[in-house]
Ligand binder design. Structure first.
Ligand code: AMP
Length: 171
């Protein structure tokens, strides 16, 4: 998957000084790379009986919904506070830059359902851990967490012990 690195653009000092932002828009804009990404993520989980793919706003939606389509399962959005219209449960978490609150519809996942979490970048792991925790609060079973990019120098796996992590490329 090293060729995917060619379609990921480093943007220094975005959204603030000191952060090197991994911009996946060139990957999305490349039909072969986008297809390869979605196919690879989906095929890794195709025999895992996934019932729901859960992704976080907003770049996670792009990949998560495509993976859900391929796996023939439901898609559940996790959104920033105040965006989801129905009754929610929420969680506040730290990310590489700042703090945020995420919400999920409280009827989005049923007890015992197999869940795959999909996002573009695994950085500190704070977001993924919070999403895993709210999914578990709703009774979902986390089968795996899938990412395009893992920033392994930030040691996200230390925060996610006990979960199966699959990432296509690492820095
Ligand atoms: P974290 O909670 O630190 O693992 O951050 C993960 C979330 O923040 C993901 O949804 C990413 O999209 C975004 N993110 C964090 N760091 C970066 C980065 N260096 N480049 C692009 N996105 C990032």
């Amino acid at each position: 998957m090293e060729n995917l690195k060619k379609v990921i653009r480093d943007v220094p000092d975005f959204p603030k000084k000191g952060i090197v932002f991994k911009d996946i828009t060139p990957l999305l804009n490349n039909n072969k790379a986008f297809k390869q990404t979605v196919d690879k993520l989906s095929s890794h989980f195709k025999n895992k009986k996934i019932h729901r793919v859960v992704s976080m706003e907003s770049r996670g939606f792009i990949f998560g919904s495509a993976v859900a389509y391929k796996l023939n399962c439901g898609f559940v959005p996790v959104r920033k506070k105040g965006k989801l219209p129905y009754e929610t449960i929420s969680i506040t978490y730290n990310l590489e830059y700042g703090q945020d609150t995420l919400e999920i519809h409280k009827d989005a996942i049923r007890q015992g359902e197999n869940v795959l979490i999909v996002d573009d970048v695994l950085a500190t792991g704070g977001t993924a851990k919070s999403v895993a925790e709210i999914v578990e609060k709703l009774g979902g079973k986390i089968v795996g967490l899938a990412f395009i990019i893992e920033l392994s120098f930030l040691k996200p796996r230390q925060k996610l012990k006990g979960y199966k992590i699959y990432s296509l490329i690492k820095y």
